[in-house]
Design a protein around this ligand. Structure first.
Ligand code: FAD
Length: 617
């Protein structure tokens, strides 16, 4: 980009910001010849240190990420494209049929397996191994979300279910084989009749002490397993979530391993499988439907860390309360949600990179008759459309990194907090991604529709993130329910708040200054107070509303579902407070002045902070 161009743009931007009348400029407004255009990636130069920015945004495992990018770029399987300036890009071939996408996704996984990408994904433990895994998922997700989702089903759902719910015998038998793809796993929880309401699933498993086997049955059409990733073609084993009936007593949902295909890929007896077919995106994943016709599996295939059945058919569980048992069974979904939320932010980054770069090369309309046309990003409306989304993406990127750290350092004491935070952030970050992608698509005009520009495809592929591993609206209810439970429990026991970030409620109400100057608005102490006050107010009002509903005779469970507006506002306030905290933490770690939360906006009674990065690196 010529110096004149840059200067002119800086002037226009400065004028927008300072809102001063346009200054007469000495810069030549000569029309640029059409053919002077070169794609930005060819001669891009940066006014900041890219590596420093990456450290800040990626946060961890930069070398591992580059190693995986390198593996993709070197392989023909990833559809490499050489561009001017010696740059090599990889992106899926968007002309492939659903069948081809499924096949190539599996081939890519097997190629990465050969390169050692998944080494230790289930057998190595500790924060370093887990962070590395998160980083590699994110890289896969940026390349093609089908690749990341397929890995998610195999490692996070199937693999983690064995890890968390299984005991030594299961770990020894399955984990290494899973890591080596000698078994290909899927996770069969959702049914046609029951998705969000997991407790209501209808698949039934009974025990036969004569043969020491469990018998899994799909009693009706609504009990067919539906949307099961990898089930249509690739998986040969399934985690089956089912009600367990022992001596005609229902013990609630339990987790079993069932073989669904033999080594040659043939469907096993007493199992029927159908394909869910073409989807609006994510067609590299083969989602399927499964029916079990009194399938017999060995007694050892019950994952028995939470509960067990003795050879003669006695049910034993250390957790007596069925609700607590149910909660323990949903634990592996936490790592899935953390991954989903962080991948969503990478998708938003890709969309914004495409749209903002386009807005820096596309011109439309001239300010003066003989002058050059104006760059899209010089229009205040275009800035207002894209830059707040960019700022929020930065903020959420810090929050995603904080959440990953919290997850990898989890302890029994922090498990509940990470569970609730991951629900709130999964919902907010995936919604943000979808909103961002739509704006980016429109901001690119007609070019946004072109498949090669990716934004449209990202929308199709990432859309389901708002639904799977917890529908966002249902997650919002669960966040507010958890906050309610904490509030009521502390008040009843007259104990101070401890956990879920509610400790601020132990202090008297903070007093906000009546005069809001710009320096007040920029002060992190003020910002935190505002977010805490909002959460406190919403939590108190929500608690009153739920209590009133219960007094009017609604059941405890149903009262949470009836209070929707306050519930949603409270859950969002909780998640946005976590995002603000992540921005402030990031700011604290940086050289003074490198990052600033520069604006707190108040609209419709809601507060939101917009961080901005300055170029002080
Ligand atoms: C591509 C894809 C892959 C998937 N992969 C898997 C997989 O591998 N394994 C697996 O087990 N499942 C999988 N799923 C299933 C997924 O987890 C479920 O679709 C999800 O849990 C939602 O369930 P549902 O579709 O039955 O929707 P429902 O639960 O019926 O929800 C429908 C709508 O009703 C609303 N709603 C529901 N309950 C309430 C309430 N209490 N209050 C207010 N509104 C409510 C929801 O917000 C939603 O908008 C996958 C789904 C898709 C689409």
């Amino acid at each position: 980009m010529s110096e004149n161009c840059a200067l002119r743009r800086a002037n226009v931007l400065a004028n927008h910001i300072l809102q001063s009348p346009p200054q007469p400029s000495n810069i030549s407004l000569a029309r640029e010849a059409c053919l002077q255009y070169t794609p930005p990636e060819v001669n891009e130069s940066y006014g900041f240190q890219v590596e420093e920015m990456r450290k800040l945004l990626d946060g961890h495992n930069l070398k591992d990420r580059d190693w995986l990018y390198g593996n993709m770029i070197r392989s023909d399987l990833f559809n490499r494209k050489e561009r001017g300036g010696g740059k090599v890009f990889v992106s899926p071939d968007y002309n492939e049929t659903m069948e081809q996408q499924r096949e190539i996704s599996m081939k890519r996984i097997l190629h990465l397996l050969e390169k050692g990408v998944f080494k230790g994904w289930l057998t190595e433990t500790g924060p370093e191994a887990e962070l590395k895994k998160f980083a590699l998922y994110e890289v896969c997700g940026m390349y093609d979300y089908s690749l990341s989702a397929k890995l998610g089903v195999h490692f996070l759902l199937w693999g983690n279910a064995i890890k968390f719910f299984g005991t030594k015998r299961h770990h020894e038998k399955w984990l290494k084989h899973t890591e080596d793809y000698l078994v290909k796993g899927c996770f069969a929880m959702t049914e046609l009749g029951h998705g969000s309401n997991v407790k209501g699933i209808e698949t039934v498993t009974t025990y036969d002490p004569r043969t020491e086997e469990f018998v899994i049955n799909t009693p009706c059409e609504s009990a067919q397993k539906y949307w099961i990733g990898e089930a249509a073609i690739h998986a040969n084993h399934a985690i089956v979530i089912s009600q367990l009936e022992i001596n005609e007593t229902n013990q609630g949902i339990h987790v079993f391993i069932a073989q669904i295909r033999d080594q040659d890929g043939n469907i096993c007896p007493n199992i029927r499988i159908a394909d869910c077919g073409h989807k609006i995106g994510l067609n590299g994943v083969d989602n399927g439907r499964i029916w079990f016709d009194n399938l017999r599996i060995p007694r050892e295939n019950l994952l028995n860390s939470v509960a067990d059945v003795s050879p003669d058919g006695e049910y034993v569980s250390a957790i007596k309360n069925p609700d607590q048992r149910f909660g323990a069974f949903l634990a592996p979904l936490t790592s899935g949600r953390v991954t989903i939320a962080s991948c969503a932010i990478y998708s938003a980054k890709v969309g914004l990179a495409v749209a903002i770069r386009y807005s820096l090369s596309r011109r439309a309309f001239s300010a003066v008759a003989t002058g050059p046309e104006v760059l899209l990003l010089d229009y205040p409306s275009h800035q207002r459309r894209l830059l707040p989304l960019l700022a929020k993406t930065y903020a959420m990127s810090f929050a995603a990194n904080d959440m990953k750290m919290m997850y990898v350092k989890r302890t029994p004491e922090t498990n509940k907090e990470i569970h609730v935070v991951s629900m709130g952030l999964k919902a907010l970050l995936t919604w943000h991604n979808m909103r961002t992608l739509q704006e980016c698509r429109e901001a690119c005009g007609g070019q946004g529709v072109k498949t090669e520009n990716r934004v449209g495809h990202l929308k199709g592929d990432y859309d389901v993130q708002t639904t799977f591993e917890g529908d966002n609206n249902v997650l919002m209810q669960q966040v507010s329910k958890a906050l309610f439970a904490e509030y009521v429990s502390c008040k009843k026991r007259n104990k101070p708040f401890k956990g879920l970030g509610l400790e601020h409620m132990n202090s008297p109400l903070p007093v906000l200054p009546t005069q809001l100057t710009s320096s007040t608005l920029r002060c992190s102490h003020f910002q935190k107070n505002v977010f805490c006050l909002r959460e406190r107010d919403l939590l108190e009002r929500y608690t009153c509303e739920v209590a009133e509903l219960q007094e009017r005779g609604e059941s405890r469970e149903f009262s949470f579902l009836l209070s929707h507006q306050l519930s949603e506002d409270l859950s969002k306030a909780f998640a946005e407070k976590a995002i603000l905290q992540a921005v402030l933490d990031a700011e604290a770690k940086l050289p003074a002045g490198s990052i600033k939360v520069n604006k707190v906006t108040v609209s419709h009674g809601r507060f939101f902070a917009q961080p901005c990065l300055t170029s002080k690196f």
